[in-house]
Ligand binder design. Structure first.
Ligand code: AMP
Ligand code: MN
Ligand code: MN
Length: 329
């Protein structure tokens, strides 16, 4: 990879780093991993990380307490990094991106057109943390950085299970755990563990789920009233859509939660037949072929009907291609 991080930052007095709104493990791991690396390699340089408040499960990652979630007015940054997202999902950090002297966008979303002055966009790589790993002088890697990057990799690959996991992902994972952090605890506490109330909400979403398109699709939603009843927020709903996708016979799972009256955040997951990034892009969202999201307006039924049209088309296309292949073999 020909992007030299330290070269790009040479002479910079102030460096800023951000990721996407509602930061996930990969976004957070990449931002804090890079923050630690630059802080170690460039003593005397002011380096700040701006992100919406991440979930407390990530509190053991070094630098968590340094994250600025207030987005105050700041003088322009000499270099500003945008990680794990295109430049249109920066929330409160967008103003720093606009004002910065040099902007660098590092991401793995297929939907990212590359909005930085310098862009490293690799959709074939499972996580942004793997991209960051490739850019580091490994002689400077330490236990805390290794832990941050490992968190990102396990979150975006579903602990090395999703189809975006490559031999290279596992080699990096192997190298990272050699630094000796407590990886079973990290995996449990940041990926699998749920609070009791989170488990209850997930149970409710599973119980109220509806299958359609002959059982190949499943959808469930949590409305605002239910979120208020259980006193939960969007961060408490992570994992529900994956659980829906794990159901036998399901090719495509959809989970929606209400963000405002007649407004929903939509998450989609698929096995192999539906490219959900294409479906999400149609509604102004994006993501990856197997995991994507968008925001939609309308009633629950409007949203599902609109999504279903595109999913059905994708399923039919896949089946036609598949039939053809069977025919030809
Ligand atoms: P989620 O369903 O929110 O876990 O997101 C799945 C994937 O889709 C992640 O890689 C997100 O970054 C991406 N994604 C989710 N929502 C959007 C959106 N509104 N626009 C673009 N990408 C999104
Ligand atoms: Mn992400
Ligand atoms: Mn990612």
């Amino acid at each position: 990879m020909n992007l030299n991080l330290l070269e790009e930052c040479r002479g910079a007095k102030r460096i800023g780093i951000t990721g996407h709104v509602r930061p996930d493990g990969d976004c957070l791991g990449a931002c804090l991993g890079l923050w630690q690396y630059l802080a170690n390699c460039l003593p005397g340089t002011e380096i700040k990380v701006f992100l919406e408040k991440p979930a407390d499960i990530f509190k053991d990652i070094k630098g968590f307490g340094e994250i600025d979630s207030e987005f105050p007015e700041e003088p322009a940054f000499d270099v500003f990094f945008v990680l794990d997202t295109s430049t249109d999902r920066l929330g409160g950090a967008e103003k720093y991106f606009r004002a910065a002297g040099k902007t660098i966008n590092i991401d793995h979303h297929v939907s990212n057109p590359g909005g930085g002055q310098i862009n490293l966009i690799r959709p074939e790589v499972g996580s942004t943390c793997e991209l960051i790993y490739d850019l580091l002088d490994l002689a400077r890697l330490d236990k805390d950085m290794a832990q941050a990057l490992y968190v990102g990799i396990i979150h975006d690959t579903g602990v090395f299970q999703y189809s975006n996991t490559t031999p290279d992902t596992l080699k990096k994972g192997a190298e990272l755990i050699s630094y000796g952090f407590d990886f079973p605890k990290l995996i449990l506490e940041t990926f699998y563990q749920k609070t009791y109330v989170q488990a209850q909400v997930m149970g409710r979403a599973l119980m109220e789920s509806i299958r359609f398109l002959g059982g190949s699709c499943i959808v469930s939603a949590i409305d605002k009233k239910t979120m208020e009843f259980y006193n939960v927020g969007p961060k408490d709903l992570d994992g529900i859509v994956n659980q829906l996708r794990n159901i036998e016979g399901v090719d495509c799972a959809i989970f929606l939660y209400e963000t405002a009256t007649l407004e929903y955040k939509v998450s989609m997951r698929s096995s192999e037949k539906v490219n959900v990034a294409e479906v999400a892009a149609y509604f102004g969202g994006g993501g990856h072929a197997r995991a994507a999201g968008c925001n939609m307006t309308g009633t629950f039924h409007d949203c599902v009907n609109n999504l279903s049209l595109h999913i059905e088309k994708a399923l039919k296309k896949w089946e036609a291609e598949h039939d053809e292949r069977n025919h030809n073999s």
